[in-house]
Design a protein around this ligand. Sequence first.
Ligand code: KG4
Ligand code: ZN
Length: 379
Amino acid sequence: MGQGQSGLILARGAMGRTLTFLGIESSCDDTAAAVVRRHADGRAEVLSSQVEGQSALHAAFGGVVPEIAARAHAERLDHCVERALAEAGLTLADLDAVAVTAGPGLIGGVLSGVMLAKGIAAATGLPLLGVNHLAGHALTPRLTDGVSFPYLMLLVSGGHCQFLIVRAADQFERLGGTIDDAPGEAFDKVAKLLALPQPGGPWVEAEALKGDAKRFALPRPLLDRAGCDMSFSGLKTAVLRARDGVIAVKGGITVQDRADLCAGFQAAVAAVLAEKTRRALEVYLALSPDVPTLAVAGGVAANAAIRGALQGVCEGLGVTFTAPPLRLCTDNAAMIAWAGIERHLTGGTVEADLTARPRWPLDSAAAPLIGSGKKGAKG
Ligand code: KG4
Ligand code: ZN
């Protein structure tokens, strides 16, 4: 058990001992709780990870409805925590601290998690740490593969898209990111345009396998601009125009037209991500890291064509490519528990007055990102 009062930091002598943290995540449309242990030898172990998706609740609206998400989190989070403890075979008395996503994200959902975590901390006396959701994603390669600092991280999901040099558990340098839609968001919108189900990424990928990527000349946005910023909104509009062009001629689109549009779109996203990754790696490699590593996280990292393109860039530059297993790549609470442990080990203090933050950039020195996609602020 941790120190008896929230507001205290964990005993500093805890550095070399086993740490067991509860993680809570509710910043978007996944209600999640997990228990993660860091053994005294530094080995990390996910003792449990419970994730309850809300897709069914939002399906009719074509996107995440913040009020519905917040209510569902408030209703389900405590059950989720109970199941995470049961799966780990532990009780609250076995924990050293509680880590909760305190932002960035949809504020109602973040508040649901923060309120529950505060309640648990008040009732048990466990220390409470507020974790940045993006830090959770960015530190996951250390949980799953023990990757050492500094490494380059590419977050590509439905809500995030950015390159980060992770120098330490509390030191992130953003090299660039999307200036409008996240790639997953673009996959979802393209799927919608082509009457494919949501979330669209896996459907577009399956269609693309049957298509000709060269038939439609789709743009490679921002490749002509120096740096690592990206844009995917215009690409989606280009798919819409290409689709309407076919409809104008034929009065509709065939199964093959749809496959060709998907293949062209996916090839464009892969080409942009590959080239921007090459540029980000150039900046990162200038740091002369001992084991140069690119880690990817987020649902879009599941796409085989995109993964293959990124792997190709890494091979060309002698960089190790790593991607956490998908269940830890997408939103989950194990990454929050782990980020809490890392934060504690770097001297992070416990906040008695923890507040929920809709926006919370990891790199406060970087220019703010514009827009806030279907899943809320991109941080
Ligand atoms: O990381 P994630 O589960 O949630 C957040 O957005 O935070 O990512 C979900 C996104 C969705 O937009 C989904 O369409 C996309 O990842 N996605 C894919 C694939 N699988 C999921 N995009 C492209 N290809 C895939 N195979
Ligand atoms: Zn996320």
